[in-house]
Design a protein around this ligand. Structure first.
Ligand code: C2E
Ligand code: MG
Ligand code: MG
Length: 459
């Protein structure tokens, strides 16, 4: 009897350990979701069983590494668990996989009767609702790539790659939303790999240059300063605009040395203009969130100010609304300390994404830069014009300096001029120009740019 019991116990232990070994192989320990191994085995089975409308969605939490670096790994783990259970609620347990640090994959049968984009918009808004972590609300953004799978055209593995390519394209375009796979995305992947390879060399070989675009006070017609804009003169690719490489430089953190280069160049240029007598001019420099969240950021900025001898209140750091809203809890101390040193902060591209007035009232910013999407054709589009008018007056009432970006026509310029105390920037006033031209503008016209027109085309 004793022997029989022992044998049964041993057998039970063996089965149990086999089960747990299985579990370990096929599941992610942190969230309990099936993992990549499980996904690769399930994909073909799923396709064999479901003959309707299988859809694969790849989902990534934006800036997860930065969240983890600044909020700590335990907080980040809780976030991953929260996202996992929200996905399970939306799609049903068993359909959601965690395949990488902050990347999830969902396979489901799209048979809701709704249009796919409509369903995805709903999913997206559910995922963006705040997550309750340690009694505080955490706002995140996600990017999604979607591959509707028409059976037989591609292998399940290829469909998964399509969803991941669509995810990459969503990330490339600003990360906030979803895209459904299209064939052109295959080319983008190759392009990205090439830029990534060449970017390392570009930093070593100093292939970058800074251009300057005047910012103007509309009432007086005077230049108040310049925005520094990065350009890459690549021997292999030609003249590359920042939209094509900044995001890649952020991903591989090359933006840190590149950003430092821009800041140094821009501050020394402005100091030179101050020395020749134009002491009121300011310089605006774009800062990415990878730079801002980097530990040495504030000391780096102060060091450059000290070395160039530039007055801190003539430096404006431009940050997008994405950084300021999404990473607010992580960056607020830094923003406050920059402001205490006298450095100004501008919210760039306001209105392009999702800022709320509530966020605006909490942020220590000085300038609101209204995104060019509002200015573009706004005189032909009444509702747009109304919104632009409202944003300008709310911004001014909240005590911000307001600057309209993307002023391209005389009509837009004249219309905006009716506002007191508003600044503008755009091709109508001047395109971004190389340093020697920027200096020429100031020397020739003093700070008065009103009659100045640039003869050559830089963009
Ligand atoms: P941004 O900071 O919003 O800069 C304004 C962009 O609008 C610039 O594009 C500028 O050339 C363009 N622009 C100016 N006036 C007009 C206009 O009237 N019409 C139109 N259609 N466009 C106009 P650019 O130089 O290609 O830069 C694109 C973005 O790349 C910038 O947007 C900024 O977010 C980023 N960027 C540029 N330089 C840097 C940098 O040094 N560091 C970082 N982190 N980002 C940078
Ligand atoms: Mg800017
Ligand atoms: Mg902008």
């Amino acid at each position: 009897m004793k022997r029989l019991l022992k044998e049964l116990l041993n057998r039970f232990r063996k089965e149990d350990s086999i089960k747990s070994l299985d579990y370990y192989i096929y599941h992610d320990n942190l969230t309990g979701l099936p993992n990549k191994t499980s996904l690769m085995e399930d994909l073909p089975l799923y396709f064999n069983c479901i003959k309707e409308n299988p859809v694969i969605i790849a989902i990534d939490i934006n800036h997860f590494k930065l969240i983890s670096d600044s909020m700590g790994p335990n907080f980040a783990d809780e976030l991953l668990q929260n996202v996992a259970s929200r996905l399970n609620k939306i799609f049903g347990a068993g359909n959601v996989y965690r395949i990488d640090e902050a990347e999830y994959v969902v396979i489901y049968d799209h048979n809701s009767g709704k249009d796919l984009s409509e369903s995805l918009t709903l999913v997206f808004s559910q995922l963006k609702k705040p997550y309750e972590i340690r009694r505080s609300k955490m706002y995140i953004n996600v990017s999604m790539g979607v591959a509707p799978c028409r059976n037989g055209e591609k292998t399940p593995q290829e469909y998964l790659e399509c969803a991941q390519r669509a995810l990459e394209d969503t990330q490339r375009r600003g990360r906030n939303g979803f895209l459904i796979y299209k064939e052109y995305m295959d080319e983008l992947v190759k392009e990205k790999m090439q830029i990534e390879k060449l970017l390392h060399k570009a930093v070593e070989n100093r292939e970058f240059e800074v251009y300057y675009q005047p910012q103007m006070i509309l009432e007086s017609g005077k230049i108040s300063g310049f925005e520094a804009l990065l350009r890459w003169n690549s021997p292999e690719l030609g003249f590359v605009y920042p939209d094509q490489f900044i995001r890649i430089a952020e991903e591989n953190r090359l933006i840190i040395p590149i950003g430092e280069f821009v800041l140094k160049k821009a501050c020394s240029f402005l100091k030179k203009l101050h020395r020749i007598g134009y002491k009121n001019l300011s310089i605006a420099v774009n800062v990415s969130n990878v730079q801002l969240l980097n530990d040495g950021f504030i000391n780096g900025v102060l060091d450059i100010l000290e070395k160039t001898g530039l007055n801190p209140d003539k430096l404006v750091l431009e940050m997008t609304e994405e950084i300021l809203t999404e990473s607010y809890d992580m960056v607020k101390e830094k923003l406050i300390s920059l402001k205490q040193k006298g450095i100004k902060i501008a919210m760039d591209d306001f209105g392009k994404n999702y800022s709320t007035l509530d966020v605006l009232s909490r942020l220590p910013i000085n300038t609101l830069k209204i995104d060019k999407v509002f200015i573009e054709n706004f005189l032909q589009d009444k509702p747009k014009q109304l919104i632009t008018d409202l944003i300008i007056s709310i911004g001014k009432k909240m005590g911000f300096e307001v600057l309209a970006e993307g002023v391209e026509t005389r009509e837009q310029y004249e219309y905006l001029k009716k506002y007191e105390n508003i600044k503008a920037q755009g091709f109508y006033i001047s395109k971004p120009v190389p340093i020697e031209h920027a200096e020429k503008i100031v020397r020739k016209y003093g700070p008065n740019i009103i009659n100045w027109k640039l003869s050559c085309d830089y963009r």
